[in-house]
Design a protein around this ligand. Structure first.
Ligand SMILES: [Ca+2]
Ligand SMILES: [Ca+2]
Length: 409
């Protein structure tokens, strides 16, 4: 009897395992087919079927602020609706037959059908809903977007300012987000996306909040009715330490201007007020990256992005703009830049007291204290290639300088 039971248990176990194993294999195979299909679609426009994930308009496998720009450009366009059962924004890939394409394309060749996230045959403001809360969602193998970096003094700047200093943990600090300035205004604005990156050790997870474009030059009052012509979205990702923002105009009209375009608030925590030696334990560092500014023809306008640093005492407060630093403080010379083995820092009218090499995450990689003199040679042994900040403490205040380190392989 016992033997019989164990026989049936074995049979049952075998069946269960076979089913489980089979379905895993099937799922893997299906996922592979999906990937292959999508990658093929990206390269080969002769396909009969396309895969559509609502919100990923440019079909690079990730939902981001860039996708919002497409919808903003495509508003009001119409074309064939999707099959009724796929007229929703649920997060799955549905097949789109070739005849369902709109045959109208964005500048980069993306068909307008992919901006109709609901699939009802027209691009309207409700199609933004597919992006809400979905930034950074991915499927298959994602291909990052490409971004153009602007140059200081040539392209309009984007930067953060604040009047506050850190006085206590739990403090909410408000920054103004500026786009363009008096010297370099933005001449043709239709939409923008960018990310604000922060050092996670000092920013309370989930605290960053954004309000974009309220009463700003991005949305000037029109005639008669005051109706907003802007759609903005933002989403904070505290595990990555960055907030992603995107805003587009809605009426096919571009605007020009300069100045604040919104606010960004973070709550400070873990600041060590008793050990002001390390920037990483007492200063919030906010970098702006992955900026894409477009005009109404989807032409990209380069933007000069910069970093903001805020610490516990007044000397540490800077808006991070190289321009304003140049105006207020003597110029620092750093050469060679890019550098590989070493770099020389010269500061003719000030004594350098302390020097820090800071990476893009705000972490101090090297710190040299007790420097007496106006020049210093920093050995870059063991420092990997990339973009860094050099922070110099002088009797007249603190200065930042961006540097590039290049390492040959
Ligand atoms: Ca995308
Ligand atoms: Ca639609």
């Amino acid at each position: 009897m016992n033997n019989l039971i164990s026989y049936w248990v074995k049979i049952l176990l075998f069946c269960v395992l076979s089913i489980m194993f089979g379905s895993v294999l099937f799922a893997q195979q299906e996922e592979k087919v999906n990937k292959d299909k999508r990658n093929k679609v990206l390269e080969d426009d002769g396909e009969e079927e396309y895969e559509l994930w609502p919100g990923d308009v440019d079909r690079n496998g990730i939902v981001s602020g860039v996708d919002l720009l497409y919808i903003g450009i495509g508003l009001g366009e119409t074309g064939p609706a999707r099959e009724v059962k796929h007229q929703n924004i649920d997060w799955y890939g549905r097949k789109l037959k070739k005849e369902k394409l709109w045959k109208k394309k964005f500048k980069d060749g993306t068909d307008y059908a992919f901006a109709d996230t609901w699939g009802d045959g027209q691009i309207g403001t409700e199609d933004f809903e597919a992006l809400e809360g979905r930034f950074d969602w991915t499927y298959g193998q994602s291909h990052p977007n490409e971004f153009t970096e602007g140059s200081p003094g040539v392209d309009p700047p984007i930067f953060l300012t604040t009047n506050e200093v850190i006085t206590h943990n739990g403090q909410a600090i408000e920054f103004q987000i500026h786009l363009g300035d008096a010297d370099l205004p933005v001449k043709k604005f239709y939409g923008i996306t960018f990310k604000i990156k922060y050092n996670t050790s000092l920013v309370r997870p989930g605290s960053p909040s954004t309000s974009i474009a309220e009463n700003s030059w991005l949305d000037p009052p029109g005639f008669q009715h005051r109706r907003s012509n802007i759609k903005g979205l933002s989403l904070d990702n505290s595990s990555l330490g960055r907030t992603q923002l995107a805003v587009t105009r809605l009426n096919k009209k571009q605007v020009s201007g300069a100045g604040s375009i919104g606010t960004y608030i973070v709550i400070v925590e873990n600041v060590d007020f008793f050990d002001p030696s390390g920037i990483d334990i007492h200063s919030i560092i906010l970098g702006i990256e992955d900026v894409k500014l477009i005009d109404k023809q989807f032409n990209e306008i380069p933007v000069d992005a910069s970093i903001a640093v805020i610490g516990p005492n007044e000397n540490d407060v800077m808006d991070g703009r190289q321009q304003s630093l140049k105006n207020n403080l003597p110029e620092i010379e750093v050469y060679p830049n890019p550098s590989s083995e070493f770099l020389v820092v010269e500061h003719p009218s000030n004594k350098i007291q302390e020097l820090e090499l800071i990476d893009q995450n705000g972490q101090t990689i090297k710190r040299v204290r007790g420097i007496h003199g106006s020049s210093f040679r920093l050995d870059l042994n063991g420092v990997s290639g990339g973009a860094y900040w050099l922070r110099l403490h002088t009797p007249k205040g603190i200065q930042l300088k961006s540097i590039l380190i290049e390492k040959s392989r």
